[in-house]
Design a protein around this ligand. Structure first.
Ligand SMILES: Cc1ncc(COP(=O)(O)O)c(C=O)c1O
Length: 398
């Protein structure tokens, strides 16, 4: 499937501007600032910081809220490996809370059960475009004074009870990787209203340059300051996780066109939902009243009593459907975790940790049943053959 429809004249215009500027500042420049400001305004946040990925954003967020050696971070096991990797990269301890059977999102009751005096952050994931139960998660955050990092990598412009998903947790992270609602090829952008967090995240992703403020990523804004042999440039630890300016040009254009991308995915999701017509063995992710699901994918539990997941998928592909993608294995079942390989990252801390009590029975039941249907088509008519394939597959097996 070619995704050339995702890019047009606006993307080319901003790319041209970057090239014509000759990369004036030599590092994250004006285009990053423009993307950040446009994105922050669109999602309703004060500060946005661009990164090379939606994984880098999450690690920066953990760092900003103070997660470090031996701290516990609660997250869902039903997510991409990034959520595990960033916890390990901070030498922290992943704690897995179970999911809700209908929304597939993290279950606040299980978060509550897993909070300990060592819990330093909660990292819920808005799975497939649907926000988590934020009232209850933020109540836990207030009660225990634990910051929440909302991973909205898959949930651009999602809403929760009339609020933008970006305005609820202390920090909200987005990915602009290739498959996401808006894309910069690879990339991420993280938002917050907290100036201190914004500065910390920016420094973490940009080599700890002392002069970086919350709202500007250019490290050489004042050239003369650098031209002093006594000047000390770095006052914090940082990686170079910056987003290149050419990627930011795409991000700005895609942010300005955000509604188009979001509406299309939502319309295509409703086309799939209509194709179900009474089918009782495909149970779509439940979007609770008051939530706006922006459908990175349209995802169902497949619970047919006799036809296997694979057979259903094979028939769907035979009828011309694109894929049907399986959910990731649960994080604690991924080889890097189950084999103990992760312990090599910090043996003195990790060698003593056992994960005997970390099983999440609902996630274990739901994960193998999930079927993700692609919503990333350039038009409703481009999606129609795939919706039709679903209709035919259902008829075939009913
Ligand atoms: C839920 C979730 N979190 C984090 C990420 C990481 O984003 P990236 O691929 O930009 O590093 C992704 C996307 O891959 C994701 O789907």
């Amino acid at each position: 499937m070619k995704n050339t429809w995702r890019f047009g004249d606006l993307e080319l215009k901003y790319l041209r501007e970057v090239i014509d500027s000759g990369f004036g500042s030599g590092t994250s420049g004006n285009m990053n600032n423009r993307f950040e400001q446009a994105f922050a305004a669109k999602v309703g946040s004060k500060y946005a910081v661009t990164f090379n990925s939606g994984t880098g954003t999450l690690q920066a967020a953990l760092y900003a809220v103070g997660v470090g050696y031996g701290d516990e971070v609660i997250t869902t096991p039903l997510t991409v490996i990034s959520n595990l990797d960033v916890i390990l990269a901070q030498n922290a301890i992943p704690v897995f809370a179970d999911i809700d059977e209908e929304t597939f999102n993290i279950d606040p009751d299980d978060i509550a059960r897993k909070i300990t005096p060592r819990t330093k952050a909660i990292m819920p994931v808005a799975l497939y475009g649907l926000c988590c139960d934020m009232d209850r998660i933020m109540e836990l955050s207030r009660k225990h004074n634990i910051p929440v990092i909302m991973d909205a990598a898959e949930a651009h412009m999602a809403e929760y009870k009339g609020k933008s998903i970006a305005t609820i947790a202390q920090i909200t992270s987005f990915s602009t990787e290739n498959s996401k609602h808006i894309t910069t090829g690879d990339g991420g952008i993280v938002v917050t209203d907290n100036e201190d967090y914004a500065i910390k995240m920016r420094k973490f992703g940009s080599l700890g340059y002392a002069a970086l403020p919350a709202g500007d990523g250019r490290i050489r804004r004042h050239k003369d300051i650098f031209q002093d042999p006594m000047y000390k440039r770095h006052d914090a630890f940082g990686y170079n996780f910056r987003m290149p300016e050419v990627a930011a040009a795409l991000g700005l254009a895609q942010t300005e066109r955000m509604e188009f991308f979001i509406n299309l995915r939502m319309e295509i999701a409703s086309m799939y939902a209509d194709a179900l017509s009474g089918c009782d063995y495909l149970l779509p992710q439940k979007t609770i009243d008051g939530y706006v699901n922006t459908y990175w994918t349209w995802t169902c539990r497949y619970v047919h009593p006799s036809i296997s997941w694979r057979s259903f998928r094979e028939k769907y592909v035979e009828f011309g459907g694109d894929g049907i993608y399986a959910a990731w294995a649960l994080l604690y079942n991924e080889t890097i975790f189950a084999s103990g390989e992760w312990k090599k990252l910090c043996p003195p801390l990790y060698n003593s940790i056992e994960y005997k009590n970390q099983h999440c029975p609902v996630a274990e039941r739901v994960q193998p049943q999930l079927m993700q249907f692609v919503t990333n088509f350039g038009s409703k008519s481009a999606a129609e053959p795939h919706v039709e394939a679903l209709r035919k597959t259902i008829q075939y097996f009913t």
